[in-house]
Design a binder for this molecule. Structure first.
Ligand SMILES: Nc1ncnc2c1ncn2[C@@H]1O[C@H](COP(=O)(O)OP(=O)(O)OP(=O)(O)O)[C@@H](O)[C@H]1O
Length: 280
Protein backbone atom coordinates (compact mmCIF):
# COMPACT_ATOMS: atom_id res chain seq x y z
CA UNK A 1 0.00 0.00 0.00
CA UNK A 2 1.56 3.35 -1.02
CA UNK A 3 1.12 6.69 0.69
CA UNK A 4 -1.81 7.58 -1.52
CA UNK A 5 -3.67 4.40 -0.69
CA UNK A 6 -3.03 4.85 3.02
CA UNK A 7 -4.65 8.28 2.93
CA UNK A 8 -7.42 8.77 5.44
CA UNK A 9 -7.29 5.15 6.59
CA UNK A 10 -9.05 5.01 9.91
CA UNK A 11 -5.90 3.92 11.70
CA UNK A 12 -4.10 7.05 10.63
CA UNK A 13 -6.98 9.38 11.24
CA UNK A 14 -6.77 12.32 11.88
CA UNK A 15 -4.60 13.03 8.89
CA UNK A 16 -1.10 14.24 9.58
CA UNK A 17 0.14 15.93 6.40
CA UNK A 18 3.33 14.28 5.28
CA UNK A 19 5.90 16.38 3.45
CA UNK A 20 7.18 14.45 0.48
CA UNK A 21 10.38 15.54 -1.20
CA UNK A 22 11.08 15.36 -4.93
CA UNK A 23 11.93 13.42 -6.96
CA UNK A 24 8.81 11.30 -6.73
CA UNK A 25 7.63 8.27 -8.62
CA UNK A 26 6.27 9.00 -12.10
CA UNK A 27 2.55 8.17 -12.25
CA UNK A 28 1.56 9.42 -15.71
CA UNK A 29 3.28 10.37 -18.92
CA UNK A 30 1.30 12.45 -21.40
CA UNK A 31 2.77 12.07 -24.87
CA UNK A 32 1.84 14.08 -27.97
CA UNK A 33 -1.80 14.33 -26.95
CA UNK A 34 -4.13 16.17 -29.33
CA UNK A 35 -7.86 16.69 -29.02
CA UNK A 36 -10.33 18.06 -31.56
CA UNK A 37 -14.08 18.24 -31.09
CA UNK A 38 -14.51 19.06 -34.77
CA UNK A 39 -12.44 19.37 -37.95
CA UNK A 40 -12.04 23.14 -37.58
CA UNK A 41 -10.28 23.38 -34.23
CA UNK A 42 -7.49 21.53 -32.40
CA UNK A 43 -8.38 22.23 -28.77
CA UNK A 44 -5.28 20.41 -27.45
CA UNK A 45 -2.22 20.47 -29.67
CA UNK A 46 0.73 18.17 -28.90
CA UNK A 47 0.57 18.15 -25.10
CA UNK A 48 3.55 16.54 -23.35
CA UNK A 49 4.38 16.29 -19.65
CA UNK A 50 5.11 13.81 -16.87
CA UNK A 51 3.18 13.79 -13.61
CA UNK A 52 4.76 12.60 -10.35
CA UNK A 53 3.30 11.38 -7.07
CA UNK A 54 2.54 14.17 -4.63
CA UNK A 55 2.74 17.05 -7.09
CA UNK A 56 0.20 19.85 -6.79
CA UNK A 57 -0.06 21.18 -10.33
CA UNK A 58 -2.02 24.32 -11.18
CA UNK A 59 -3.28 24.56 -14.77
CA UNK A 60 -3.68 28.15 -15.92
CA UNK A 61 -4.60 29.94 -19.12
CA UNK A 62 -7.29 32.18 -20.49
CA UNK A 63 -10.87 31.02 -20.91
CA UNK A 64 -11.11 28.58 -23.81
CA UNK A 65 -7.40 27.68 -23.73
CA UNK A 66 -8.21 23.98 -23.27
CA UNK A 67 -7.73 23.47 -19.50
CA UNK A 68 -11.01 21.60 -18.88
CA UNK A 69 -10.55 19.56 -22.03
CA UNK A 70 -7.12 18.47 -20.80
CA UNK A 71 -8.52 17.18 -17.49
CA UNK A 72 -11.41 15.42 -19.25
CA UNK A 73 -8.98 13.71 -21.64
CA UNK A 74 -6.73 12.61 -18.74
CA UNK A 75 -9.69 11.15 -16.86
CA UNK A 76 -11.14 9.50 -19.97
CA UNK A 77 -14.44 11.43 -19.99
CA UNK A 78 -13.30 12.67 -23.42
CA UNK A 79 -11.11 10.58 -25.69
CA UNK A 80 -7.86 12.01 -27.06
CA UNK A 81 -7.85 12.33 -30.84
CA UNK A 82 -4.23 11.13 -30.87
CA UNK A 83 -1.32 10.60 -28.51
CA UNK A 84 -0.65 8.40 -25.49
CA UNK A 85 -1.46 8.51 -21.79
CA UNK A 86 0.98 6.15 -20.13
CA UNK A 87 -0.07 5.17 -16.62
CA UNK A 88 2.72 3.87 -14.36
CA UNK A 89 1.36 1.44 -11.77
CA UNK A 90 3.26 0.86 -8.51
CA UNK A 91 4.08 -2.63 -9.73
CA UNK A 92 4.26 -3.74 -13.34
CA UNK A 93 4.69 -2.14 -16.71
CA UNK A 94 3.23 1.19 -17.85
CA UNK A 95 0.12 0.96 -19.99
CA UNK A 96 -1.55 3.32 -22.42
CA UNK A 97 -4.94 4.35 -20.99
CA UNK A 98 -6.00 6.53 -23.93
CA UNK A 99 -8.75 4.91 -25.93
CA UNK A 100 -9.69 2.29 -23.32
CA UNK A 101 -13.36 1.52 -22.71
CA UNK A 102 -15.74 -0.55 -20.58
CA UNK A 103 -14.46 -1.90 -17.28
CA UNK A 104 -10.88 -0.80 -17.96
CA UNK A 105 -12.09 2.79 -18.37
CA UNK A 106 -14.13 2.61 -15.16
CA UNK A 107 -11.06 1.38 -13.31
CA UNK A 108 -8.96 4.17 -14.78
CA UNK A 109 -11.56 6.78 -13.71
CA UNK A 110 -11.26 5.50 -10.15
CA UNK A 111 -7.48 5.63 -10.38
CA UNK A 112 -7.60 9.12 -11.89
CA UNK A 113 -10.49 10.71 -9.96
CA UNK A 114 -12.10 13.92 -11.13
CA UNK A 115 -14.07 16.65 -9.43
CA UNK A 116 -16.27 18.22 -12.08
CA UNK A 117 -17.21 21.89 -12.29
CA UNK A 118 -20.85 21.11 -11.54
CA UNK A 119 -19.94 18.58 -8.76
CA UNK A 120 -22.15 15.84 -10.32
CA UNK A 121 -23.83 15.03 -6.98
CA UNK A 122 -27.23 13.32 -6.90
CA UNK A 123 -29.44 16.12 -5.50
CA UNK A 124 -32.07 13.97 -3.78
CA UNK A 125 -29.63 11.63 -2.07
CA UNK A 126 -28.02 12.44 1.25
CA UNK A 127 -24.41 13.51 1.57
CA UNK A 128 -23.16 10.17 2.95
CA UNK A 129 -24.74 8.20 0.09
CA UNK A 130 -23.31 10.63 -2.44
CA UNK A 131 -19.83 9.95 -1.07
CA UNK A 132 -20.45 6.20 -1.09
CA UNK A 133 -21.52 6.40 -4.74
CA UNK A 134 -17.84 6.92 -5.46
CA UNK A 135 -17.40 3.22 -4.62
CA UNK A 136 -19.85 2.06 -7.29
CA UNK A 137 -17.25 1.21 -9.92
CA UNK A 138 -15.57 -1.09 -7.37
CA UNK A 139 -18.82 -2.68 -6.20
CA UNK A 140 -20.73 -5.53 -7.83
CA UNK A 141 -23.70 -4.54 -10.03
CA UNK A 142 -26.15 -6.21 -7.65
CA UNK A 143 -24.80 -4.37 -4.62
CA UNK A 144 -24.64 -1.05 -6.43
CA UNK A 145 -28.24 -1.40 -7.66
CA UNK A 146 -29.44 -1.64 -4.07
CA UNK A 147 -26.81 0.74 -2.76
CA UNK A 148 -25.33 -1.89 -0.46
CA UNK A 149 -22.01 -0.71 0.88
CA UNK A 150 -19.60 -2.46 3.23
CA UNK A 151 -18.95 -1.31 6.79
CA UNK A 152 -15.42 -0.42 5.70
CA UNK A 153 -16.77 1.82 2.94
CA UNK A 154 -19.15 3.52 5.36
CA UNK A 155 -16.41 4.04 7.94
CA UNK A 156 -14.14 5.51 5.31
CA UNK A 157 -16.88 7.81 3.96
CA UNK A 158 -17.52 9.03 7.49
CA UNK A 159 -13.80 9.62 8.10
CA UNK A 160 -13.55 11.62 4.88
CA UNK A 161 -16.60 13.71 5.75
CA UNK A 162 -15.20 14.37 9.19
CA UNK A 163 -11.87 15.44 7.67
CA UNK A 164 -13.81 17.88 5.48
CA UNK A 165 -15.92 19.13 8.41
CA UNK A 166 -19.00 17.81 6.63
CA UNK A 167 -20.03 15.09 9.06
CA UNK A 168 -22.81 17.21 10.62
CA UNK A 169 -24.38 17.32 7.13
CA UNK A 170 -24.04 13.58 6.42
CA UNK A 171 -27.78 12.91 6.37
CA UNK A 172 -28.77 16.12 4.61
CA UNK A 173 -29.85 16.01 0.97
CA UNK A 174 -27.13 17.20 -1.41
CA UNK A 175 -29.57 19.64 -3.05
CA UNK A 176 -29.72 21.66 0.18
CA UNK A 177 -25.98 22.31 0.42
CA UNK A 178 -24.11 25.50 -0.44
CA UNK A 179 -21.63 25.50 -3.34
CA UNK A 180 -18.66 25.21 -0.99
CA UNK A 181 -20.26 22.30 0.86
CA UNK A 182 -21.04 20.52 -2.43
CA UNK A 183 -17.42 20.94 -3.46
CA UNK A 184 -16.26 19.34 -0.20
CA UNK A 185 -18.62 16.39 -0.72
CA UNK A 186 -17.38 16.00 -4.31
CA UNK A 187 -13.79 15.83 -3.03
CA UNK A 188 -14.76 13.12 -0.51
CA UNK A 189 -16.53 11.15 -3.25
CA UNK A 190 -13.45 11.30 -5.47
CA UNK A 191 -11.13 10.28 -2.62
CA UNK A 192 -13.17 7.27 -1.54
CA UNK A 193 -12.12 5.66 -4.82
CA UNK A 194 -8.48 5.64 -3.62
CA UNK A 195 -7.18 7.54 -6.63
CA UNK A 196 -3.47 8.02 -7.29
CA UNK A 197 -4.34 11.15 -9.30
CA UNK A 198 -7.00 13.73 -8.42
CA UNK A 199 -8.17 16.23 -11.05
CA UNK A 200 -10.17 19.28 -10.02
CA UNK A 201 -11.81 21.48 -12.66
CA UNK A 202 -12.02 25.02 -11.29
CA UNK A 203 -12.95 23.86 -7.79
CA UNK A 204 -13.03 27.37 -6.33
CA UNK A 205 -14.64 29.19 -9.26
CA UNK A 206 -17.68 30.47 -7.39
CA UNK A 207 -16.52 30.29 -3.79
CA UNK A 208 -15.95 33.03 -1.24
CA UNK A 209 -12.40 33.54 0.15
CA UNK A 210 -12.97 31.37 3.23
CA UNK A 211 -14.29 28.41 1.25
CA UNK A 212 -11.61 28.92 -1.39
CA UNK A 213 -8.93 28.65 1.29
CA UNK A 214 -10.61 25.57 2.78
CA UNK A 215 -10.79 23.74 -0.56
CA UNK A 216 -7.25 24.67 -1.63
CA UNK A 217 -5.86 23.61 1.75
CA UNK A 218 -7.69 20.29 1.47
CA UNK A 219 -6.29 19.69 -2.03
CA UNK A 220 -2.79 20.53 -0.81
CA UNK A 221 -3.19 18.05 2.07
CA UNK A 222 -4.23 15.42 -0.44
CA UNK A 223 -1.11 16.05 -2.52
CA UNK A 224 1.08 15.97 0.58
CA UNK A 225 -0.17 12.44 1.15
CA UNK A 226 1.32 11.35 -2.19
CA UNK A 227 -1.66 11.77 -4.52
CA UNK A 228 -0.91 13.83 -7.65
CA UNK A 229 -3.32 16.75 -7.81
CA UNK A 230 -4.02 18.75 -10.96
CA UNK A 231 -6.25 21.75 -10.51
CA UNK A 232 -7.57 24.27 -13.06
CA UNK A 233 -7.33 27.75 -11.61
CA UNK A 234 -7.98 31.29 -12.77
CA UNK A 235 -6.04 32.90 -9.92
CA UNK A 236 -2.26 33.21 -10.21
CA UNK A 237 -2.19 34.15 -6.51
CA UNK A 238 -3.71 30.77 -5.60
CA UNK A 239 -1.23 28.99 -7.86
CA UNK A 240 1.65 30.74 -6.09
CA UNK A 241 0.24 30.05 -2.63
CA UNK A 242 -0.71 26.41 -3.04
CA UNK A 243 0.91 24.73 -6.06
CA UNK A 244 4.33 23.11 -6.41
CA UNK A 245 4.19 23.35 -10.21
CA UNK A 246 2.24 25.25 -12.83
CA UNK A 247 1.40 24.33 -16.39
CA UNK A 248 0.33 27.26 -18.56
CA UNK A 249 -1.79 26.60 -21.63
CA UNK A 250 -2.46 28.98 -24.51
CA UNK A 251 -4.53 27.94 -27.53
CA UNK A 252 -4.21 24.28 -26.67
CA UNK A 253 -0.45 24.25 -26.24
CA UNK A 254 1.76 24.19 -23.16
CA UNK A 255 3.66 27.47 -23.07
CA UNK A 256 4.99 27.15 -19.52
CA UNK A 257 5.77 24.23 -17.23
CA UNK A 258 7.71 25.03 -14.09
CA UNK A 259 7.70 26.40 -10.56
CA UNK A 260 5.06 29.06 -9.80
CA UNK A 261 7.81 31.49 -8.71
CA UNK A 262 9.10 31.45 -12.29
CA UNK A 263 5.85 32.81 -13.72
CA UNK A 264 7.23 36.14 -14.93
CA UNK A 265 5.41 38.98 -16.73
CA UNK A 266 6.51 37.65 -20.15
CA UNK A 267 4.92 34.26 -19.46
CA UNK A 268 1.76 35.89 -18.10
CA UNK A 269 1.56 38.10 -21.18
CA UNK A 270 1.85 35.00 -23.36
CA UNK A 271 -0.84 33.19 -21.37
CA UNK A 272 -3.33 36.00 -21.11
CA UNK A 273 -2.40 38.07 -24.15
CA UNK A 274 -5.91 38.29 -25.61
CA UNK A 275 -7.55 39.09 -22.29
CA UNK A 276 -4.95 41.77 -21.52
CA UNK A 277 -5.33 43.40 -24.95
CA UNK A 278 -9.11 43.46 -24.52
CA UNK A 279 -8.65 45.60 -21.39
CA UNK A 280 -6.92 48.38 -23.35
N1 LIG B 1 -17.86 19.24 -25.71
C1 LIG B 1 -17.37 20.17 -26.55
N2 LIG B 1 -17.73 20.20 -27.84
C2 LIG B 1 -17.22 21.13 -28.70
N3 LIG B 1 -16.34 22.06 -28.32
C3 LIG B 1 -15.94 22.08 -27.05
C4 LIG B 1 -16.42 21.15 -26.08
N4 LIG B 1 -15.84 21.39 -24.88
C5 LIG B 1 -15.04 22.46 -25.09
N5 LIG B 1 -15.09 22.87 -26.38
C6 LIG B 1 -14.33 23.98 -26.96
O1 LIG B 1 -12.96 23.73 -26.72
C7 LIG B 1 -12.28 24.95 -26.40
C8 LIG B 1 -11.58 24.79 -25.05
O2 LIG B 1 -12.59 24.66 -24.05
P1 LIG B 1 -12.20 24.31 -22.54
O3 LIG B 1 -13.48 24.24 -21.77
O4 LIG B 1 -11.32 23.15 -22.51
O5 LIG B 1 -11.37 25.61 -22.14
P2 LIG B 1 -10.96 26.15 -20.68
O6 LIG B 1 -9.57 26.62 -20.79
O7 LIG B 1 -11.25 25.13 -19.67
O8 LIG B 1 -11.95 27.38 -20.54
P3 LIG B 1 -12.64 27.96 -19.17
O9 LIG B 1 -11.54 28.50 -18.35
O10 LIG B 1 -13.56 29.02 -19.69
O11 LIG B 1 -13.37 26.83 -18.51
C9 LIG B 1 -13.31 26.05 -26.44
O12 LIG B 1 -13.23 26.66 -27.70
C10 LIG B 1 -14.63 25.31 -26.28
O13 LIG B 1 -15.66 26.00 -26.92
Amino acid sequence: MNNARALFSLNDYPVQPQIIHAPQRKVLSVKNVCKSYNAQQKVLNDINFDLHAGEMVGIVGRSGAGKSTLLHVLNGTHTATSGELLSYPEVGLPRDVSGISGRALNEWRSECGMIFQDFCLVPRLDVLTNVLLGRLSQTSTFKSLFKVFSDDDRARAIALLEWMNMLPHALQRAENLSGGQMQRVAICRALIQNPSILLADEPVASLDPKNTQRIMTALREVSEQGISVMVNLHSIELVKNYCTRVIGIAQGQIVFDGHPDDLNPDVLQQLYVDEISQLH
